[in-house]
Structures are given as C-alpha cells and as structure tokens.
Ligand binder design. Structure first.
Ligand code: SIN
Length: 496
C-alpha cells in the first residue's frame, strides 16, 4: 500500500524504513532538508534497561514517577519492553553507541533515573549519530524522498485520511498517512527546538478533527545556556555526571528542595531554577568544574566546543543557565500502534501522545519513544483496508474545502507576540488569570491569510497555541509540568 510519512526525525525515518522493509510503497515528505528537525540536536541519549542490574520494570517505575503518575501503564510497558530491540535496530542501522573498556554499551545517568541507563553516541552527539545513520539507510532504500515539501493539510473524506495537500497545492494520495512532524517548541519565546518546530502535524490533525490529548503538558528544560544568542542546551547528562546548580552565593539550592537535588524530575528542577533566578535577580549557574577539563571534553565534546566557541571555559567557571521550552508531552492521541482516532492516520514521535510521558517526560525517553512506537506503527499499517474513497479524483480545490484554516479572530499578530504570550501566560509557572488572558488573546488573533511557509507556520502555531492554552486553563490543579502558581511567573532573567 502507499504510505506517506511526514517528517524525518527518528520516528519518521524509523517508520519509513520499517514500512518499506514490509513491502509498502513509502514516500517521505519533509518540510525542509531531510534530518533538519530536533533529532540531530538530541544530546543525552536513548534510555533503556540494558544493564544486568536494571530491568524494564524499574525503567517503567521511573517513567511513571517522572510523569507524576499520569502516564498510561500499558504504553509505558510497551516503551520499556521495546527498548532492547529498538537499540539493536539502531546498531544494525549503523549507530555506533559509545562503549566502555569491557566492550559493553556505556550507560550514562540522567535525572529521575534510578541508575545509569542512557546509551549515547559521540559523547553528547547521540541524535546526530542516529539521524546520520538512519538517513544513510533511507537514501540507500527504495523510499521516495520529497524534501522542501510543506505538508499543509490532511485530505479527509468520510472522516478518513487519504493523503495530504502540500502548501504548493500538490496533492499526494495514500492509503496511510503517518505524521512524524515533531514538537512545537516555537510556541515559546525561549526554546531548545529548531525554527521548524511549529506544531505542523498537530495543527493538521486539529483542523481535520483527529483527537489530541495532554496538550497542557509542556516540558521546560532547566539548563539552557543563558545568553542572548541562539539558545543552547546543556544536557541533563552533565548533571548526571556530577555537575551541580548553584545560586549567587555558590550554594546548591536544590539540596533544600528535593531529596534528589539536581537529579530530581525535570519539571521540579526547572521550576526551582526559575524561582531562584527571580529571587536573586540573576541567572543560576551550572557548576561542572569538578569534572575537569579532560573529562568534559571527552564525554561532552559538542557542549565543550560550543561553550568555548562562545568564550566560556566551563572547566574553570560555572556557566549561567535558564529554562527553555523543550518538549511537548501531549499531541495527537494514539493507541499503542500509533493509530489515531481517524482511520488512515497514524502519529509517531513527539507529535503523538502515546501516554508514555504522562505529565512530565523522563529524560532520554523521547528518542526511545520515537524508535519503539514508529516500529509498532509501521507493523500495524498493513491492517488498514484500502478505502473506497481513495479512488475519487483529488484536486487542490477539494483539498481546500476539506480543511479550511480557522479564521475566527480578526486581529493580526506576529510570531514574536504569540511566543511571548505563551511564555508569560502558559509557561513554566501558570496562573488562572495568565491562562485566561492568553486564551482570550489567542482567540482574538486571526490566522494569517498568505500562502507562504511562514504564514502557514504562524497559522499552525496559532491553532496549537489555542489548544494548549485551552487545555491548560481547563486543568485546575497542578500536575507534573502543568504547575499552577499563586503569583505571576517571574520574568526570565537577562532574556533579550
Ligand atoms: C538532555 O540531553 O538533557 C536532553 C535529553 C532529553 O530531552 O531527554
């Protein structure tokens, strides 16, 4: 059958490769150049209970705990049980994970894991290694790659997806559409995500009427370099290796707040960092000096090189850090095989809400989710009977009438306006008033009318922002990353 896979992160590439191996006719549709999304930026690694002292049950417990008890136990079981096969498949695809002197895969520690279980490659270049290996495999396969092709909307007839319409109005018909379009970090003024993370797949699904879930749960990474330049992530693996967070007096303030201090769940650390920075009026600092210059350069070569490029020697001095939007736990609701509520439509990776992350994702479970659930989705594609309406003649105008943009507001907006509104009102620390104001403002804004990629991205961001803000307002108690504060969120210290 004809399968369209939209997106080229770990989830999209894995789905495409596996679907092709199963005999499907696969076309990979990518907004920019292949591999230009979040996956190549992933530093930490891929979690899994690989070691003799570990077990999938313990990994499941940690995943549920980090997610504040909101995760789906069945989805988490599928995730942790699938880890070994997922890593084997990546090794088969050519990913050279770092190994210890004994030849076994080296295992790093990250926050909220009971023990070291993070496989990494190139030290802190795991995503880049995975992306490069999978892209090589895709290029060597029979998969048709369509780059610089912006998927604008789903083609839907009789409540079934049967293809996509590109922004240039090209219509691509298919028996199955798999959305692997990544996250929506660009909803926020400060994010670790690349410029293309504009929630495109979630917006397409919302316009088409597919179910979404858990959109109020947005993860903010606690240790992003505080600077006016392009935000740069300093991996949680650095804290796992022994770096600590200190206040203006050099005190480890997290010791006073959580028994696991810097290795508490990510949402806890991010809130503590934000509050401490507001209280002292300057950024907190990540102190990695105890690790030593040689170890930092060896274990974290990407971070080391970038910090030095920016004139910082982290082996000698703590570096300023601040939280930034990092990951969307919610997304298009799927079953354990990536099926959405809409026949013909699958979703995998960050764009999907499988239920594994609950209200706060455990570190390095994202690459794992992408790999495990993409394989499951590919395996389930063949269960889909071809749909009768697929044979209808498709034209750009019929596609347009299927999926109009929502045009309910009237006031124009800029992307920067939207990002600041979301940062202030639906960010790391939330208040009822802040969320209400955001919902009202978002509904007053009009989706841009143009047909440029920027206009489409802005329309998508508006659609997703409305859904995220409404979901946040509807959840009246704190849970995981959705944290209700009694005071307005402190401003980001030093943000430009
Ligand atoms: C990191 O390296 O800190 C990010 C890993 C993740 O988001 O899971």
């Amino acid at each position: 059958m004809k399968v369209l896979v939209v997106g080229s992160g770990i989830a999209g590439l894995t789905t495409a490769l596996r679907a092709e191996a199963l005999g499907h006719d696969v076309e990979l549709v990518v907004k920019g150049a292949i591999g230009s999304g979040c996956t190549p930026l992933a530093q930490g690694g891929i979690a899994g209970a690989y070691g003799p002292d570990d077990s999938p049950a313990l990994h499941a417990l940690d995943t549920m705990h980090a997610g504040d008890g909101h995760g789906d136990p069945r989805a988490i079981a599928a995730l942790v049980d699938g880890a070994a096969a997922a890593v084997e498949a990546l090794i088969d695809a050519g990913v050279a994970f770092d190994r210890g002197d004994d030849g076994e895969i080296a295992r790093g520690l990250e926050a909220a894991h009971s023990l070291p279980r993070i496989a990494h490659a190139g030290g802190d270049a795991t995503g880049a290694a995975i992306s490069a290996a999978l892209i090589d495999r895709v290029r060597a396969s029979g998969i048709h790659i369509r780059e610089h092709a912006f998927a604008a909307d789903l083609l839907v007839t009789d409540e079934r997806a049967h293809g996509i319409r590109l922004l240039d109005r090209t219509v691509l018909a298919a028996d199955a559409v798999v959305l692997a379009t990544g996250g929506a970090g660009q909803l926020y003024a400060h994010t670790t995500n690349p410029a293309g993370a504009t929630g495109d797949g979630i917006a397409m699904a919302l316009r088409a009427g597919a179910a979404v879930a858990d959109l109020e749960f947005v993860q903010f990474h606690p240790t992003v370099l505080e600077s006016s330049g392009v935000p740069f992530l300093i991996s949680e693996a650095v804290r796992g290796a022994g770096a600590v967070l200190v206040d203006a007096d050099g005190h480890r303030f997290l010791l006073d707040q959580h028994p696991d201090a810097e290795l508490a769940p990510r949402d806890v650390v991010a809130r503590a960092v934000t509050r401490q920075a507001a209280a002292q009026g300057s950024p907190v600092r990540l102190d990695a000096t105890a690790l030593g210059a040689a170890a930092l350069a060896h274990r974290f070569p990407t971070i080391d090189a970038e910090l030095r490029r920016r004139g910082l020697d982290w082996s000698r001095e703590p570096v300023p850090v601040t939280p930034a939007a990092h990951y969307l736990m919610g997304g298009i609701a799927t079953d354990l095989d990536g099926r959405t509520s809409m026949p013909g439509l699958w979703a995998v990776g960050e764009t999907a809400r499988t239920g594994v992350h609950g209200a706060n994702r455990l570190a390095s479970n994202s690459l794992l989710e992408g790999a495990v659930f993409a394989a499951r989705a590919a395996d389930s594609l063949g269960d889909t009977p071809p749909h009768a309406s697929r044979s209808r003649s498709l034209s750009p105008s019929s596609a347009d009438s299927d999926n109009d943009r929502d045009l309910d507001g009237t006031t124009p907006f800029t992307r920067a306006d939207l990002q600041q509104l979301m940062w202030d009102g639906v960010g790391l620390l939330r208040t009822h008033d802040g969320m209400s104001d955001a919902v009202a403002q978002l509904s007053a804004w009009a989706a841009p009318a143009g047909t440029t990629a920027t206009a489409q991205e802005d329309a998508n961001l508006l659609t997703v922002a409305r859904a995220v803000a409404s979901a946040a307002l509807a959840r009246t108690t704190s849970l995981g990353a959705h944290h209700l504060s009694h005071a307005p969120a402190p401003a980001l210290i030093g943000a430009s």
